[in-house]
Design a protein around this ligand. Sequence first.
Ligand SMILES: NC(=O)c1ccc[n+]([C@@H]2O[C@H](COP(=O)([O-])OP(=O)(O)OC[C@H]3O[C@@H](n4cnc5c(N)ncnc54)[C@H](O)[C@@H]3O)[C@@H](O)[C@H]2O)c1
Length: 406
Amino acid sequence: MAGDDITAAPTGSALTGNAPISSPSTRSASGRHIDSDNPLRIGIVGTGGIARVHAENVRRLEGRARIVGACDIEPDRVTEFQSAWDVPVGTTSLEELLDTVELDIVHLCSPPGLHKEQAIAALRRGIHVLSEKPPALSLAELDEIAQAERAGGAQFATVSQHRFGSRALWLRDRVADGALGRVLTAVCNTLWYRPDSYFDLPWRGNWQIEGGGPTMGHGIHQMDTMLSVLGSWSQVVAVAARQARPVATEDLTHAIVSLENGAVASVVNSLLSPRETSYLRFDFEFATVELEHLYGYSDASWKITAAPGCEDRVAAAWRLGPHGNGSGHAAQFAAILDAVETGRPLPVTITDARSTLELIAGIYASAFTGTRISAGEIDAASPFYRSMEGSGAPWSTAAAGAELSA
Ligand SMILES: NC(=O)c1ccc[n+]([C@@H]2O[C@H](COP(=O)([O-])OP(=O)(O)OC[C@H]3O[C@@H](n4cnc5c(N)ncnc54)[C@H](O)[C@@H]3O)[C@@H](O)[C@H]2O)c1
């Protein structure tokens, strides 16, 4: 459990089984044909824990993608990864990987503090990037990546695998066709447990490399999925605390988020919760839709409850597809292959990822300054634009003040 925020889904789910994932696609003139004779060529950057999940999920793509190179600053890790996943080229140098191996895309599986530099290095060479979350440490960094994307002709996408399970696609379709009525309120809880030892890895629990605590590193999946359903947020008020863990960042935030569509959501991000759960709940006029799981969901993790008198129309909506794919990385990888084939933007785009990163910055800004934050307010003049720590967490400024007065 600890140390990895993606583990096996419930046994027997469609999510982590070894079932191949494929989806029909229509190729346009601007796309590039992909099949097992002409696979997407992937380079993996950082061959630690999540890289293994990438390798497993690439294997589920029926040969349409292949890992052709990998790099890690730890030589033993690259060698081990190469032999485990049959990767022809391994190196300790990102530049060597980018300059000597023919790549279509790199998957950044490195610590968050490296994503910006590594992404820009690939984009400048015309190589697409799929970055693990968080895509960058701050809005300023993400905007720099966007600038490199605009200049280079290649695209930057962020891993947000929970957006791509069948029932998440289903829910966004029902919002679009109005089958469940207006969405009125939502709950978004990431209540996880990480013991002190989880923070032994040097990049965890600090602002400079991890970029934040559970709000940035763990709840990001849930908040991103929530926003993919509810649309743009307009305002946030929040409280942050460092209750128990030996970290510079928070280990808990509570936030109230107002959406542009009028809905209001409550969001909790915790690493202090022994009974762990990832819980999303949407109350529509005609039904409540709930998703409860831990690190990955299947169709069975979703539940719907009709409002009185709405049973028939809700049952009819619930029967609609798609079905069968869980939230594993393979569904997003398949969506990326389809986007490359059809010439569409690679999901999740910078614009979509930025909305979530801006909400995270807004939660920190509200919590640390005691104010309500509006979307668009964190611009280049705000300290929260360059760092999620912004003007400083109350616990670190209180400690600094105490030291000064001692
Ligand atoms: N999508 C998810 O559900 C999910 C789950 C877990 C982790 N993650 C994200 O994946 C990323 C990596 O996390 P992890 O748990 O695999 O960490 P990890 O520490 O297990 O692996 C990171 C690897 O990067 C290597 N590395 C360090 N500096 C490097 C450099 N300059 N060039 C190349 N490689 C370098 C390290 O040696 C290590 O092998 C993080 O951004 C994390 O938030 C995402």
